[in-house]
Design a protein around this ligand. Structure first.
Ligand code: PGA
Length: 896
């Protein structure tokens, strides 16, 4: 059913062939000859059918012959093949995009006349942050990902022409061993994940990847720029602070996250100092030691006679001792290699940095500056600048309805007469502003608050504690889910005030150590966003706060707006809201910082980050951007130092280009294109809402057709699958919504409504012009094209067969299928291609390679779901369904 480029063009990358062959050998060696033959039969018949090989049999797929035990093994084998294929592709840089390197971006900007001064000025005001979140879409266990990374490292040795590893193992044997271990590793988690597991998981990326990748990148950038750029790319996290719909996140998890992440940063610095101490063996007999270094050496307390003439080593002993004391102060215990010297803990990362800079200046002073070129010490100084004592900035997030209840309870307990919850917006704002006009707290330490209020108060207090101990950069932002109005933002400042994070000076000027950030995530809230922000800035204290800070962040939610209004409407409203927000910010002289809440799947704003940033409306990037990185995207983009370097650089280049060299588009065209988008969006919205929210029985159709219930039981995240006990689509979280449509190969959130809208649109010439000239529209189509290529209405029809009311299923699925065809045909018409993905052969190849592996998994999943729903109690059935979900998600690459 999926109509893509001619099959003969599909080529197999040699790494996939090698790894696939080894996997086959492992299956034969460990699973037995019968399993190997069954697997091979299913694989080859499926591949032949997909390639259109004459005589390929579609009636006998070999699935019926599998026992339940065989099924579990077979699915595991296909899952591992996909995993290895992903690995091979990532190595070949399928994800690398043209023009995305920093050097390429610089060449382009310089050719357009952007001078170094402008560039450095931009970077001084820039902030680019990937924010790691624990959104539950990563189906693979960490042990599986670790094996995959080990294989990638071994493959890199192979590329370098090495037969033997540094430890003396044969490289091919070592790869085989890793695959054999993979085969014998359980792919599903036995236990539910806890918040602490999620913190550890992200921390391992920070430790193994970010701590190395970022300082390394800065070195490269410094060379390319010819100047030392400020720390404009940093790291963020939500894990341990995002409690929207997750009752397990609290003050404890926040403190735990701070201690784990902060401890990791400090231990990294200790290790680097230790290495540098061995290396910088300069003797004062052979070199003039600057006074500042001498002074550090004297203060160190290091009196070892063997180092008496080695001022740098002595100074570093002192720094090491002080860092150990810092570890004790912040983490609660000694680091693994404690110092024998007594030292006073550093009060701030800046103090540590100052000592390191003293050493660097000392090294640079002699010998014509030969030792001044960064090196390990330069990278360490950079690391301290960007990671501080906290490693990643931890955000808080909670739902606005919770804040409303908490503030209402605080007011009631404090004797405020009005019933806060009963007030209208104006009255609420007035009351909140009054509360924010002085420093007298509302919270009473001795009052017995409800569990919810006590918990919320505890977390803001923990945040204030973290800022004090780990530095101001440890926590800077408080995101508010489902922001509808200004009062939602003020409530957060009222809560912050209870912990001293919002204060008023004697002259009435407010200051805050945390920023209240609205998250606009429904279509209506996005449409109202410019007015909401205008009203916010119209409040004098809020304007003063934002102006003093120089910037204000607004978060926009891709998934929920998509679930609310469908693909094209969500994209368009995000674009419109961003464009309309820019002048609101310009009017008050405050820089706008957009925080993009997106996931990996297209229905959740996924797709190329480079393309997405570059396609942002003019004047909306302004050098400042934060983007969530979630689930499977984290391993794909930041799984290794090399991947992370590419991904971070892509973000930085796209941000520079979007700010200084936005796509130029003729004003007349822009007006025509925008008008067309409004029409397309309105039409798509009607179709999407008509199906999803206005069709009787749709909810039941969706629940029976897709594995939504089975997805809810996957052990992939600490938070419950839904915010409320309701089966309404409105209340379902966006992740399981997108995830379940992907499994059923419909991928409805990535395209539904758009097909009808494009088909109905009268001026097809205009659509073609938009597709060739407007990068924003190109991105919309490119993402939809990928989704269409991964969807398959033939397979989806089998899922529709799971619905009890077959008459209803026939009608609704018929509608979906018709719409898919329209999306497909209109897309080809607008782009002038003969087949999907003609213009993107690498992606086409990647998808084509996987399709024959996914179909048998889908068919097995359907079979198992039927048995499960018929009440068969064998636990292997439930396990089989979960394994197929895992395998399909791995093969599709973007699960939720
Ligand atoms: P949320 O995220 O449900 O945590 O708001 C939505 C998403 O990222 O899909």
């Amino acid at each position: 059913m999926t109509e893509t480029a001619p099959k003969s063009t599909i080529s197999q990358n040699p790494d996939i062939r090698l790894l696939g062959k080894m996997l086959g050998d492992v299956i034969r060696a460990y699973g037995g000859d019968k399993l190997f033959r069954q697997t091979e039969y299913i694989r080859s018949t499926s591949v032949d059918r997909y390639r259109g090989v004459a005589g390929a049999d579609s009636s006998d797929r070999g699935l019926g012959a599998l026992s339940l035990d065989d099924t579990l093994d077979f699915v595991r084998g296909f899952m591992l093949f996909s995993l290895l294929a992903n690995l091979a592709e990532d190595r070949q840089g399928v994800a690398k995009e043209e023009g995305a390197s920093f050097e390429e971006a610089l060449i382009r900007l310089r050719s357009e006349g952007v001078d170094d001064h402008t560039l450095m000025e931009l970077l001084s005001n820039s902030l680019i942050v990937p924010v790691l979140t624990a959104h539950p879409t990563e189906v693979r266990r960490k042990s599986i990902i670790d094996h995959k990374n080990r294989i990638a490292a071994l493959m890199a040795m192979r590329d370098a022409g090495r037969d033997v590893t540094p430890d003396g193992d044969n490289v091919d044997d070592a790869i085989y061993r890793q695959i054999a271990l993979l085969w014998q590793t359980r792919p599903l988690r036995n236990e539910k994940l806890f918040v602490a597991d999620e913190i550890e998981n992200a921390r391992s990326y920070m430790q193994q990847v970010f701590l190395t990748a970022l300082p390394k990148l800065y070195m490269r950038w410094e060379k390319a720029l010819g100047h030392r750029p400020p720390g404009f790319v940093r790291l963020g996290t939500w894990i341990g602070g995002d409690r929207d719909g997750n009752p397990f996140v609290n003050a404890e998890t926040l403190r735990y996250a701070m201690a784990r992440d902060g401890g990791t940063a400090i231990r990294h610095y200790l290790e680097q100092i230790h290495i540098l101490g061995a290396e910088i063996s300069i003797s004062s007999r052979n070199s003039d030691t600057p006074a500042a270094v001498m002074e550090l050496a004297e203060r160190s307390g290091d009196t070892a006679p063997s180092r008496a003439d080695e001022p740098y080593r002595r100074a570093m002993s002192g720094i090491y001792a002080r860092l150990c004391a810092t570890h004790v102060a912040l983490v609660g215990d000694q680091p693994p290699r404690p110092s024998a010297l007594a030292g006073e803990a550093y009060a701030t990362p800046d103090d540590l940095r100052a000592d390191l800079v003293t050493l660097a200046n000392g090294l640079a002073a002699g010998g014509g500056g030969a030792l001044s070129t960064g090196g390990a010490l330069g990278r360490l100084i950079r690391a301290v600048e960007i990671f501080g004592f906290h490693l990643a900035t931890l955000d808080l997030r909670q739902n606005s309805v919770v804040h409303e209840r908490v503030v209402a309870e605080l007011m009631k307990a404090a004797g405020v007469e009005a019933d806060y919850l009963a007030l209208d917006e104006d009255a609420r704002v007035k009351l909140l502003l009054a509360e924010l006009s002085h420093n007298r707290p509302l919270a009473d330490e001795w009052h017995d608050y409800s569990e919810e209020t006590a918990k919320e108060l505890a977390i803001v207090r923990a945040a204030a504690w973290a800022q004090k101990h780990y530095g101001a950069g440890a926590i800077t932002t408080y995101n508010i889910s489902q922001t509808e109005s200004v009062s939602d933002m003020l409530e957060v400042y009222v809560m912050a005030k209870q912990a001293g994070m919002y204060r008023v000076a004697e002259d009435g000027t407010p200051s805050a150590t945390i920023m209240s950030v609205p998250l606009f995530e429904t279509i209506a809230d996005l449409q109202a966003a410019p007015e909401t922000m205008k009203a916010f800035f119209a409040l004098e204290p809020m304007r003063a706060l934002a102006q003093a800070r120089g910037h204000q962040e607004v978060m926009i939610g891709y998934s929920d707006s998509n679930k609310d209004g469908g693909y094209i409407t969500s994209t368009w409203e995000l674009y419109q809201a961003s464009s309309a927000l820019a002048p609101v910010f310009a009017d008050v002289g405050v820089s706008m910082q957009l925080f993009h809440g997106r996931g990996g799947a297209v229905g959740r704003g996924g797709g190329s980050a480079f393309g997405a940033i570059k396609a942002q409306p003019k004047d909306t990037v302004q050098g400042r951007i934060r983007i969530t990185e979630q689930g499977e995207v984290i391993a794909a983009k930041y799984g290794t130092v090399d991947n992370a370097v590419t991904s971070l650089e892509t973000m930085a280049s796209a941000t520079m280009l979007a700010t200084l060299s936005p796509d130029k588009i003729d004003a007349g065209d822009e007006a025509r294109f925008r008008a067309a988008m409004s029409e397309l969006s309105a039409s798509a919205f009607r179709h999407y809402r008509g199906l999803v929210y206005e069709t009787d029985g749709f909810r039941q159709f969706f629940r029976q057709m897709t594995p939504i219930n089975e997805i809810a039981t996957l052990k992939i995240g600490s938070r419950p699958a839904s915010r409320k006990a309701s089966d309404a689509i409105e209340d379902l979280r966006a992740i399981p919504w997108v995830f379940s449509w992907a499994q059923a190969r419909v991928m409805l959130p990535g395209w539904y409504g758009t097909g009808q809208a494009l088909d109905d649109f009268a001026d097809k010439g205009l659509l073609k012009a938009m597709a060739s000239e407007w990068s924003y529209f190109q991105t919309i189509l490119a993402n939809m094209e990928m989704v269409l290529a991964k969807s398959d209405m033939g397979i989806a029809s089998h899922y529709a067969g799971l619905v009890e009311d077959q008459a209803m299923a026939g009608t609704l699925f018929g509608q979906i299928k018709g719409s898919w065809q329209k999306a497909h045909d209109s897309l080809l018409d607008a782009t002038g291609q003969a087949h999907l993905l003609d213009a993107n052969p690498a992606l086409n190849n990647s998808i084509q390679l996987r399709l024959p592996y996914i179909e048998p998994l889908n068919l097995l999943q359907i079979e198992l779901m039927k048995r499960h729903r018929a009440g068969e109690a064998d636990p292997r059935i439930g396990e089989g369904i979960q394994l197929t979900i895992n395998a399909i998600a791995t093969a599709l690459r973007n699960s939720g």
